[in-house]
Write a protein that binds this ligand. Structure first.
Ligand code: PMP
Length: 294
C-alpha cells in the first residue's frame, strides 16, 4: 500500500520518495535515526525518542533543521496523513547532500525523512515460548571509537551479528564488549534476573540507551517480587546461569530468552518476573502516549 513519506517538509507518495545519491547518509551512513511506535493512535514516548535523536545529531555535529516542536508536529502529521493507529515510524536525519569527500563543513542542509507504516509484528509464539540466542563473534563498538549511545545510520556490526544469529538458526545475537561483558542484542537491550534481582548492563559498557529499557526499569520497581534492580556489567557466564533473561526494544517489545549458546535459561520457559514485566509493559503502551488524532 502506498504511503505518504515526509521528505524535507513535503509529503510524497512512497514510490516517489527518493533521496539523492550524493546524500551523505547514502554515501557514508552519515546520519542518525529513530524507530518509534504508535499504539492505538498514540505515539509511545515520542519526546524521549526525539531527545535521543537530537542528542545523536549533536554528537555528530549535524544541525537538525527543524525545532524540537516542529519535528514533533511533523512526526504526528506523518502518522495522521497515513491514517495509521498501530504504526512503526522511522525518522531519519542525514548530513544532507554534498560532494564525495569527508569535509562536513561543505554540507549545510541536513535531510529529514519520516516514514510511517504498519508495524510488522513479531510472531505471537515468540512471546509465549521465548527465543533462543547466541553470543556473537562481533564486538560492540567502543565509546572511544563511536559511542553506541549515538543511534547512527552505521549498523554494520549489528547487521553482521544478526546474520550470525540467522546463520545459526536462532532469533537473535548478543554482542559482547572487548572485555567480554554482555552489551545488547542487535536491536534490543538485555536484562537478566538472578535471585529476584534484575540486572542490565550500564550505558558505558557500550549500549544504546533504549527507550524500552528505561520503561522496563520504571515498571520493574513496581513489581513486588523484584528485590533489587542493578545497572552493572555481567559476563556470558552470568547469562548462562541466570534464572531469567529477556530482550527489549521498540519493535520487539519485551521478549523472553530461554536459551543462550545452547544453555537452557532457568526452566526453559519465560520466567515469572519476565512475564510480569511483559504484562505491565503492554499495559503501559496501551495507556500512555501522544494522541495523534486528538
Ligand atoms: N540497542 C540497539 C542497538 C537498537 O537498535 C535498539 C532499537 N532502537 C535498542 C537497543 C532498543 O532501543 P529502543 O528501546 O529505544 O527501541
Amino acid at each position: 500500500m502506498s504511503r505518504l513519506v515526509y521528505i524535507n517538509g513535503e509529503f510524497v507518495p512512497s514510490e516517489e520518495a527518493k533521496i539523492s545519491v550524493f546524500d551523505k547518509g547514502f554515501l557514508f551512513g552519515d546520519g542518525v535515526f529513530e524507530g518509534i511506535r504508535a499504539y492505538e493512535g498514540r505515539i509511545f514516548r515520542l519526546d524521549e525518542h526525539l531527545k535521543r535523536l537530537y542528542n545523536s545529531a549533536k554528537a555528530l555535529l549535524i544541525n537538525v533543521p527543524l525545532s524540537f516542536e516542529d519535528m514533533r508536529k511533523a512526526v504526528i502529521e506523518t502518522v495522521k496523513r497515513n491514517n495509521l493507529k498501530d504504526a512503526y515510524i522511522r525518522l531519519i536525519v542525514t548530513r544532507g547532500i554534498g560532494d564525495l569527500g569527508l569535509d562536513i563543513t561543505k554540507c549545510k542542509n541536513p535531510s529529514v525523512v519520516i516514514i510511517a507504516d504498519e508495524i510488522a509484528l513479531f510472531p505471537k509464539e515468540i512471546y509465549e515460548k521465548g527465543i533462543e540466542v547466541i553470543t556473537s563473534s562481533i564486538r560492540a563498538s567502543y565509546g572511544d571509537v563511536l559511542p553506541p549511545q549515538i543511534k547512527s545510520l552505521n549498523y554494520l556490526s549489528h547487521i553482521l551479528a544478526k546474520w550470525e544469529a540467522t546463520n545459526a538458526k536462532v532469533q537473535e545475537a548478543i554482542l559482547l564488549s572487548r572485555e567480554g561483558y554482555v552489551t545488547e542484542g542487535s536491536a534490543e537491550n538485555i536484562f537478566i534476573v538472578r535471585d529476584k534481582c534484575l540486572i542490565t548492563p550500564p550505558s558505558w559498557v557500550g549500549i544504546l540507551e533504549g527507550i524500552t529499557r528505561s520503561a522496563v526499569l520504571e515498571i520493574a520497581w513496581e513489581i513486588e517480587e523484584v528485590e533489587d534492580i542493578i545497572e552493572d556489567v555481567f559476563t556470558r557466564y552470568d547469562l548462562y546461569v541466570a534464572d531469567e533473561c529477556f530482550l527489549c526494544g521498540t519493535a520487539a517489545e519485551v521478549v523472553p530468552v530461554v536459551k543462550v549458546d545452547g544453555r537452557v535459561i532457568g526452566d526453559g520457559v519465560p520466567g515469572p518476573i519476565t512475564r510480569e514485566i511483559m504484562r505491565r509493559f503492554r499495559e503501559l503502551v496501551s495507556t500512555e502516549g501522544v494522541d495523534v488524532y486528538a
